[in-house]
Design a protein around this ligand. Structure first.
Ligand SMILES: [Zn+2]
Length: 560
């Protein structure tokens, strides 16, 4: 039995099967059905987004023996020949290999002759921007007075390089890169049809790596199927792509936040053992930091399926300044990686540099008594940093700065404290849900990003006979969509050790406690305490005196 690669087996045979590119499809379908077709189309777009596929379906639509329409029969001789790639009136040319004017002449000399089998001759010229100037001139003559039986489809990855005279005679379409959900949706459909087991995370990882190209996604999937002997698993994919898993990336950021140097070096050693690509690793780290920064700026941002489940948590743990700094260090680290002695040492230096900017944990016994007394419930020794203090941490050598700014952004706490919520869930929670344990329970659950948003914004109403009733404010009701509800139901059922159902009702905002409102209230309290601590901090006082500095209130941030 011969094996047909997925990209060929699943090449769409009709417009209805094409994934994405709706704007182009609509124009082509309308033109075909109303028999009002332009004679030249220009498709721009990167590789693997469907240019050749569209051209083939288009050629079939024009030449189907049943008549011109957007739904060719797929059964007649013409349709079958196009599908098999041997229809004489579909002329495919790769301009990258035929750039000479003689080649173009030879091609265009035949344009005037009627099609041999079908109604129309369809010319598909790929990478058309590669043609020489004289080739373009030859082509332009034909485009100015095209014979009625000819249609041109030009494809290019670089439309800027085309002469304006050609551009102005074409109907232009920009084929878009496919997004992750379009690619993953198609891959899942294929795997389900072919009865191949897969893990959803694995498909998302492939869709991400394909970078907008369905063809690349399908060949990665081909590899993955043979790699995993018929089963597509996340571990296999990350191994195959040399990428790290979301969990590994989350562990790395957690270690950075916790200033855990030993753990970072241990993780780096594991990455090296597993043959991970350190450039890709820095890319993934930057993407995660970019998402963290985005959530910090736009807290109401809706999280996606590809987001880390800990994204919101990271956004709260890391200060925005530090997020920006880490991103910058990662970017420079990636740039300098080729100059490092080896990729691993370059990667480790990048992470160590991040740590050197992150304030180290401070021993609680070193805290001055007045400061500790100032905030008895929160022994967070609030440390202030200034932009100049970062470079010169002592105040003994004042620089001639006219208006220095005290910008206390960072406080540290490894210190025993009762205020932060534990990251890890308590292992044993009650086997029932009540008003009293609702917040602790959901805080301890491991949830995907969307389910987490839903849980955090839901208030407990009652739990009776396996049915949990929750309330959510009307403006957040969109969070209660089927998928997150399904996830939350599954996790709660597991936690409560029984099959439960979730029911949502609308509620006035703030009527009952939700984790989100509780956090917001706690944030106000924390902020006030941090302000107090800064106001009473002798180090800040010294800086004020030495530099004639002032504290900018809205830059004070409490540390969790
Ligand atoms: Zn047909």
């Amino acid at each position: 039995m011969s094996y047909l690669v997925l990209a060929r087996k699943w090449r769409p045979n009709c417009f209805a099967d094409v994934v994405g590119q709706e704007h182009v499809l609509k124009a082509l379908i309308n033109g075909l059905d109303q028999d009002r077709l332009h004679h030249a189309f220009l498709f721009s777009g990167t590789r693997g987004v469907g240019k050749t596929t569209l051209a083939r379906i288009f050629a079939k639509s024009l030449n189907c023996e049943q008549g011109v329409s957007s739904t060719p029969c797929g059964k007649c001789q013409s349709c079958l020949e196009v599908d098999a790639g041997r229809f004489v009136d579909l002329i495919e040319v790769d301009a990258a290999s035929r750039t000479k004017v003689d080649d173009t002449r030879e091609l265009l000399d035949n344009v005037q002759y009627a099609p041999s089998r079908g109604r129309y001759k369809v010319y598909l010229i790929d990478e058309v921007h590669m043609l020489s100037t004289s080739s373009f001139n030859a082509l332009l003559k034909t485009l100015e007075e095209p014979p009625p039986h000819v249609k041109f489809l030009f494809a290019t990855t670089d439309p800027q390089k085309l002469p304006v005279t050609i551009l102005s005679r074409c109907l232009q379409f920009n084929l878009r890169r496919l997004d992750i959900s379009q690619i993953s949706g198609h891959l899942c459909h294929i795997l389900q049809t072919d009865n191949i087991a897969y893990e959803e995370d694995a498909i998302l990882a492939i869709a991400k790596a394909a970078d907008g190209s369905m063809r690349d996604a399908l060949s990665l999937l081909d590899q993955a199927i043979s790699h995993g002997a018929g089963h597509v698993s996340y571990a296999d994919i990350t191994g195959m792509l040399g990428t790290v898993s979301q969990q590994q990336l989350d562990d790395l950021v957690t270690a950075l936040i916790e200033h855990n140097t030993a753990d970072i070096l241990a993780q780096s050693s594991r990455f090296a053992e597993q043959g991970r690509d350190f450039v890709a690793l820095l890319d993934d780290l930057m993407l995660l930091l970019q998402r963290i920064a985005t959530v910090q700026m736009v807290p109401e941002l809706l999280l996606t399926e590809t987001d880390s489940p800990l994204l919101t948590h990271f956004a709260q743990q890391l200060s925005p300044d530090m997020t920006q700094l880490f991103y910058q260090i990662a970017l420079h680290g990636k740039r300098d990686l080729p100059y490092a002695a080896d990729p691993r040492s370059g990667f480790e230096m990048t992470l160590l540099r991040m740590l050197s900017f992150q304030l180290a944990p401070v021993d609680v016994t070193a805290i001055d008594a007045p400061l500790a007394a100032a905030s008895p419930s929160k022994p967070d020794n609030v440390t202030s940093t200034t932009s100049s203090a970062k470079k010169a941490p002592t105040t003994s050598a004042p620089e001639p700065v006219s208006a220095p700014i005290v910008n206390p952004t960072k406080t540290t706490d490894t210190v025993q404290t009762d205020s932060p919520k534990p990251i890890e869930p308590p292992q044993e929670l009650g086997s029932t849900l009540t008003h009293d344990n609702w917040l602790d329970t959901i805080n301890g659950l491991k949830l995907t990003a969307l389910a987490r948003q839903l849980a955090d914004n839901s208030a407990f109403v009652q739990f009776e006979q396996g049915k949990i009733t929750l309330s959510i404010s009307p403006e957040l009701a969109h969070l209660a969509s089927p998928k997150p509800i399904e996830r939350l139901t599954a996790v709660l059922s597991k936690h409560l050790n029984q099959d439960v159902k979730l029911q949502f009702q609308e509620n006035a905002a703030g009527e009952s406690a939700t984790l989100a409102t509780e956090r917001a209230e706690q944030a106000v309290i924390d902020q006030e305490q941090a302000k107090q601590a800064i106001a009473n901090d002798p180090a800040v006082e010294a800086l004020k005196n030495a530099f004639d500095a002032r504290v900018i209130d809205n830059t004070i941030k409490p540390v969790k």
